[in-house]
Design a protein around this ligand. Structure first.
Ligand code: AMP
Length: 397
C-alpha cells in the first residue's frame, strides 16, 4: 500500500511517497516559491531532479508532483490510483481534531475556523488538502494529522491556565502542546528499543531542535508538555523566549512603545539562544563561538541545558518516576555535548551516559551505561513516517 505525505507551507509543499509494506520512501521532494518563480525538486531511484517551474498555486504544485510520481523516467508508480491515501501534516487541531481525522468539506470549514490559533501554519494545510482533493478526486482519502493531537488527553491540571476560566470557555485558551507527532513517534520507538510495552513505561521525550519541546509520556499517553497555547511556551529555543514572567512583555511594551505584534515578533524571532548570545540561533554556531571564549554563547548553551534538566526533573515528578529519557530532533539527535550536560544535571535520577555510545549518531540506540536505572535513548524522529502510519490507521478503520 502506498501513502503520500504532504507538508504544505504558505509558498512551499514537501512530499514523500511511502511504501507502507516496507516502511520505505519511494520518492520525495519539494515545491518551493509557489506563486512566485517556482522551483521543483524530486528525488527518486537514487537520483535528484531540480527544475525551475512556475506553480501558480498549490493545485498546480500537486499536479506537478503527480506528474513526476508517474513519470516514465522519474516515476515510482504507474498511476495516481496506486496512492491509497494522503496524510497531511497539520499543526493546530485545538479541541476539534483530537486525533488523525479523515477530512471532508465540513471538516475543512472547521479547520478554516481554527486559523487564528496557528495563522502561519493552519491555512496552508487547508490549502494543501483542498488542492489534493481537487487534483486526486474524492475517492482518495485525505487525512489530517495534527501536531496537537498527541497531547490532547493530558489532564486538566496540566492543561488549564490559572487565568479567569471564562477565557478557556470563550476562546479555548489552554495548553495544547506541539511536536505531538514527533513525541508520540519517538515514545513508541523507545518502547520498541527497550523491548517493553508502552503501557509499562514513563518516558520524558525531549524534541530539541530550532523549536524545542518536552513531553511527559506515561503509559504511552502524554500527561504534560512544555509548549502551550502556542509554540512560544516552555523551553528557550533558537529564537523563541519560552517561559518568561508574562509581565516582562507588558513592561517592555510600555517602555519601548511597542505594539502587541512587535512584542510578539521580539519574543518569537529575536529571543531565545539568539537573543541571549547576540550571535546565532544555531547551536553549532553557539558551540563554536563558546569554544573561542564568547561568554554569552556559553551562557545561552548553559541556560538551555539547565532548562531541559529542570523539565526532566519536573516531569519525573509529574509521572511519579521516569524509566527513560529520549532525545530527538536536530540538537537532540546530533549534539552529544548538550546531551551530556543535560544528563549530568539529572544523574541523581539514576542515570549515566556511556561516553562512547553518546558520541555516535545517525541511528536509534540506548546511550546510557548498562545498569542505569533510567535509560537514555537517542531516537531519530521521522514525522513523515509517523504521519503515514497514522493515515494508514485512519483508513484501515
Ligand atoms: P531542527 O529544527 O530539528 O532541524 O534542528 C536545528 C538545530 O539542530 C540547530 O540548532 C542545529 O545546530 C542543530 N543541528 C542540526 N544538525 C546538527 C549536526 N549535524 N550537529 C550538531 N547540531 C546539529
Amino acid at each position: 500500500m502506498k501513502i503520500l505525505v504532504i507538508n504544505a507551507g504558505s509558498s512551499s509543499l514537501k512530499y514523500q511517497l511511502f511504501d507502507m509494506d516496507r516502511s520505505e520512501v519511494l520518492a520525495k521532494g519539494l515545491c518551493e516559491r509557489i506563486g512566485l518563480d517556482g522551483c521543483f525538486t524530486h528525488k527518486a531511484k537514487g537520483e535528484e531532479l531540480v527544475l525551475e517551474e512556475t506553480m501558480n498555486n498549490h493545485s498546480e504544485a500537486i499536479k506537478l508532483v503527480m506528474k513526476y510520481l508517474t513519470d516514465e523516467k522519474w516515476g515510482v508508480i504507474s498511476d495516481i490510483s496506486e496512492i491509497s491515501a494522503v496524510g497531511h501534516r497539520a499543526v493546530h487541531g485545538a479541541e476539534k481534531f483530537v486525533e488523525a481525522t479523515l477530512m471532508d468539506e465540513e471538516k475543512l470549514a472547521i479547520m478554516d475556523s481554527l486559523a487564528e490559533f496557528a495563522p502561519l501554519h493552519n491555512p496552508p494545510s487547508v490549502v494543501g488538502i483542498r488542492a489534493c482533493m481537487e487534483v486526486m478526486g474524492e475517492d482518495v482519502p485525505q487525512v489530517g494529522v495534527y501536531d496537537t493531537a498527541f497531547h490532547y488527553g493530558m489532564p486538566k491540571t496540566a492543561a488549564i491556565y490559572p487565568i479567569p476560566y471564562e477565557y478557556y470557555e470563550k476562546y479555548g485558551i489552554r495548553r495544547y502542546g506541539f511536536h505531538g507527532t514527533s513525541h508520540g513517534f519517538v515514545a513508541g520507538e523507545c518502547a520498541k528499543l527497550l523491548g517493553k510495552a508502552p503501557e509499562e513505561l514513563n518516558i520524558v521525550t525531549c524534541h530539541l531542535g530550532n523549536g524545542s519541546s518536552i513531553a511527559a509520556v506515561k503509559g504511552g499517553k502524554c500527561v504534560d508538555t512544555s509548549m502551550g497555547f502556542t509554540p512560544l511556551a516552555g523551553l528557550m529555543m533558537g529564537t523563541r523566549c519560552g517561559d518568561i514572567d508574562p509581565a516582562v512583555a507588558t513592561f517592555i511594551m510600555n517602555k519601548e512603545g511597542l505594539t502587541p505584534d512587535q512584542m510578539s515578533d521580539i519574543m518569537n524571532k529575536k529571543s531565545g539562544a539568539l537573543g541571549v548570545s547576540g550571535v546565532s540561533s544555531d547551536f553549532r554556531d553557539l558551540a563554536a563561538e563558546a569554544e573561542k571564549g564568547n561568554e554569552r554563547c556559553k551562557l545561552a548553551l548553559d541556560m538551555f541545558c539547565y532548562q531541559v534538566s529542570k523539565y526532566i526533573g519536573a516531569y519525573a515528578a509529574a509521572m511519579g518516576g521516569v524509566d527513560a529519557i529520549v532525545f530527538t530532533a536536530g540538537i537532540g539527535e546530533n549534539n552529544g555535548v548538550i546531551r551530556e550536560k543535560i544528563i549530568k544535571n539529572v544523574e541523581f535520577l539514576g542515570t549515566k551516559l556511556d561516553a562512547e555510545k553518546n558520541a555516535q549518531r545517525g541511528f536509534a540506540q540506548v546511550v546510557s551505561e548498562e545498569g542505569s536505572r533510567v535509560q537514555v535513548c537517542v531516537i531519530p524522529t521521522n514525522e513523515e513516517l509517523a504521519i503515514a502510519q497514522q493515515t494508514l490507521k485512519v483508513i484501515s478503520k
